[in-house]
Design a protein around this ligand. Structure first.
Ligand SMILES: [Zn+2]
Length: 361
């Protein structure tokens, strides 16, 4: 059995995610970090002619902004939550380094034009190189290092790891990859297999909601309760089939037409959880578009952010979209960022605002 160990330059990967989204042809493309190690190992294993392999560990090296202006705390928190998700759900070894912001805004465009402050990333490259070399020097830690990188700075460590008798594979992104890594002749002697382009593996790396069977829990459900769905209810959340959801929204529309205040999902729209926690007004959240009513120009967003508000559903209307996000292009399953517009009077499906398609992880 050959042992793979992955070394991911997280900072590089985030900043090039938009290239992957573009290459996928799916505006809602989200890279599945749970699948990434296995897909890369399969591919490298195939190229080395081995089908007996294991991924002993996946290391990701990244950074996060520290000491930012309080107005920018949300994205920082999201990044930290993302690292936590990688550790807890996918068993990544994450090394994250703070970037000191001295109380300033994250984006240069939000700062004073005369402010010459430049955020400096520290340690990430060195930490990756150290870990790859350290593990290469440990007997039997790994046989093949799979480096998910693009910056040419890693060349010396790749060469050293190979001199220690380990094999190296590189996975990268077109347009964000050092020419020395992709050189077919490998004149720099940095790898043992052809370079893997992540673009070529996108269908296998996309986060998908695979079809499975669930029992509809609506008390008014008619016929066979077991239905096929791509929906994954959170813990404690009820599942309602599309027919029942349709019926609920018909009732809701009728109620709205009759002048009744909007009464939320009514336990209907795909299963807004009765136990879900709603976030306070103005909180920024990440979620997935669900149950879009194309004919009515509205839909629902289910929070999916690996946080305490997961599973809660929010109502949005076409007029709540910002940053060029268009209702027609916002397919169900698309990840979006949004803010909570107001609390819901009924305690269900509060309205969202500033809904924008999410591009990066
Ligand atoms: Zn049903």
């Amino acid at each position: 059995m050959i042992k793979f160990m992955l070394f991911i330059d997280g900072t590089w990967l985030y900043s090039n995610t938009s290239r992957l989204v573009e290459a996928s042809g799916e505006p809602g493309f989200v890279l599945d970090f749970g699948k990434l190690p296995r897909v890369l190992a399969e591919e490298v294993g195939r190229r080395l002619g081995h089908d007996d392999w294991t991924v002993v560990r996946t290391h990701l090296f990244g950074s996060y902004a520290a000491n930012v202006d309080p107005r920018d705390l949300e994205p920082v928190e999201r990044r930290l939550n993302f690292f936590t998700m990688l550790r807890q759900q996918h068993h990544y070894e994450v090394e994250a380094f703070p970037i000191e912001f001295r109380g300033k805004r994250l984006r240069r465009t939000d700062r004073d034009p005369g402010d010459l402050f430049e955020a400096k990333e520290k340690c990430v490259d060195i930490a990756l190189a150290t870990s790859m070399l350290f593990n290469a020097s440990m007997a039997n830690a790994y046989d093949v290092a799979i480096a998910v990188i693009g910056d040419q700075d890693f060349k010396p460590v790749l060469q050293s790891v190979r001199r220690l008798g380990k094999r190296v594979a590189i996975a990268s992104i077109n347009g964000a990859c050092s020419g020395e890594y992709s050189d077919p002749a490998d004149k720099a002697r940095v790898r043992d297999v052809e370079l893997l382009w992540l673009e070529d593996l996108l269908p296998r790396l996309a986060r998908r909601y695979d079809p499975h069977f669930l029992d509809c829990q609506s008390p008014t459900h008619k016929g066979e309760r077991r239905v096929e769905t791509t929906y994954y209810p959170k813990r404690g959340e009820k599942f309602y089939c599309p027919a029942c959801r349709e019926e609920f929204s018909r009732q809701k529309d009728a109620a709205a037409a009759a002048g009744t205040a909007f009464a939320g999902t009514g336990g209907g729209n795909g299963g807004a959880s009765e136990s879900a926690t709603y976030a306070p007004t103005d909180t920024t959240l990440m979620g997935v578009v669900k149950h879009k009513r194309v004919d009515k120009n509205y839909g629902f967003i289910m929070v999916d952010s690996c946080g305490e508000y997961d599973g809660a559903e929010y109502f949005f209307h076409e007029t709540d979209l910002v940053d060029g996000t268009r209702f027609a292009e916002l397919a169900e399953g698309t990840y979006v960022d949004f803010q909570v517009k107001a609390e819901s009077p009924s305690g269900k499906a509060p309205p969202a605002r500033n809904v924008r398609r999410r591009v990066a992880v």
